[in-house]
Ligand binder design. Structure first.
Ligand code: G
Ligand code: MN
Length: 313
């Protein structure tokens, strides 16, 4: 398939000379490539009160092209068997000191400025590369996708391309979708998610409890796991409201035939309470901090030892 994209900059509104016009048209072109509309006019960042525009695009492009990003991997383990179910890939700057903004802010800005596509591509490709280079067996790798990615009907096709390139099987990838963002085109999102489900990827709702629209769509989406946001989990040992919320969420998920992952588990007390509530999987500093690529093999050596998991690290 052939796609055409247009970035437009107008003289004299957007720049006063050819070089400036070219630069701003290029900026609009990048936006066009990563948005639903293939034709985009240049938007001056300073006028629109965001940090988008050329600087932001340049910074991200540079980060992607110059290898300034990395993935770290945080295990999600089964509460009964202590088996690692999957490793969630989390984006990080390789050298945080070199950058003015945090990686979380960068992701948010990329989402707001429709720059998430090149970033998502980098994440999917890097995760596939990690899978193909590691000996993970049954253990999957989780990728965080933004709701904006899910408005892109070509996303499944892009994922499939990486799967082929790196010989990754769909069962080796879990997709985490943050429910915090509004679904602008629910039908489109459901179509994309269904497609991913049919391809054999496992879908998980991330940060559950912090967003809207969740209950309405939960039943319609082919979702296997629900991740309770860490803000609810962290204090369940001391906060009875949070405890009730978590308990009810676990029951809701089980009623809908979904597995529950509690994230942000930092203490044994929280771990034990979750076990009592029949939570399925846990993730958090009590189990393991996010691991560098070269720490992952070590993790598998110790993670099969429940005594170590129970003692925490
Ligand atoms: O989007 P998501 O909620 O999956 O983001 C997870 C983030 O939370 C990561 O940046 C990770 O480093 C961090 N994190 C993971 N486990 C814990 C934990 O137990 N406590 C706290 N405070 N943060 C955590
Ligand atoms: Mn996540």
């Amino acid at each position: 398939m052939l796609n055409a994209y247009f970035g437009i900059a107008l003289y004299p509104d957007h720049a006063g000379d050819a070089a400036g016009l070219y630069e701003n048209a290029s900026s609009a072109l990048v936006t066009a490539e990563s948005s639903e509309w293939p034709i985009q006019f240049y938007r001056d960042a300073s006028k629109y009160g965001d940090t988008s525009g050329f600087t932001m695009i340049q910074a991200l492009r540079r980060a992607i092209d110059h290898d300034e990003l990395k993935l770290v991997f945080q295990p999600v383990v089964d509460m009964q068997s202590y088996d690692t179910i999957y490793l969630e890939a989390l984006l990080r700057w390789k050298d945080p000191g070199k950058h003015d903004i945090s990686i979380d802010q960068t992701i948010r800005l990329a989402e707001q400025n429709q720059l998430i596509k090149p970033l998502t591509n980098w994440i999917i490709e890097s995760a596939c590369q990690f899978v193909s280079q590691s000996d993970l067996g049954e253990i999957a790798v989780g990728i965080n996708l933004s709701m904006i990615d899910l408005h892109d009907r070509r996303l499944p096709e892009r994922i499939e391309t990486y799967f082929k390139q790196y010989r990754v099987k769909p069962a080796q990838i879990v997709i985490e979708i943050t429910e915090g963002q509004i679904m602008q085109e629910p039908d489109e999102v459901i179509e994309v998610l269904s497609h991913l489900g049919v391809m054999g990827l496992s879908l998980s709702i991330d940060d559950f409890g912090t967003g809207q629209a969740s209950l309405t769509y939960l039943k319609e989406l082919p979702v296997e796991k629900l991740k309770i946001d860490q803000s609810f989990v962290r204090d369940i040992a001391s906060n009875s409201d949070d405890q009730l919320i978590v308990k009810a969420t676990i029951e809701l998920a089980h009623t809908l035939d979904m597995k529950v992952v509690a994230e942000g588990v930092e203490t044994l007390a929280v771990f034990d309470l979750l076990a009592e509530m029949n939570c399925d999987h846990v993730q958090g500093y009590y189990i393991s901090r996010p691991l560098e690529v070269d720490q992952v093999a070590d993790w598998f050596e110790v993670s099969v030892r429940p005594d170590l998991v129970r003692k925490g690290r």
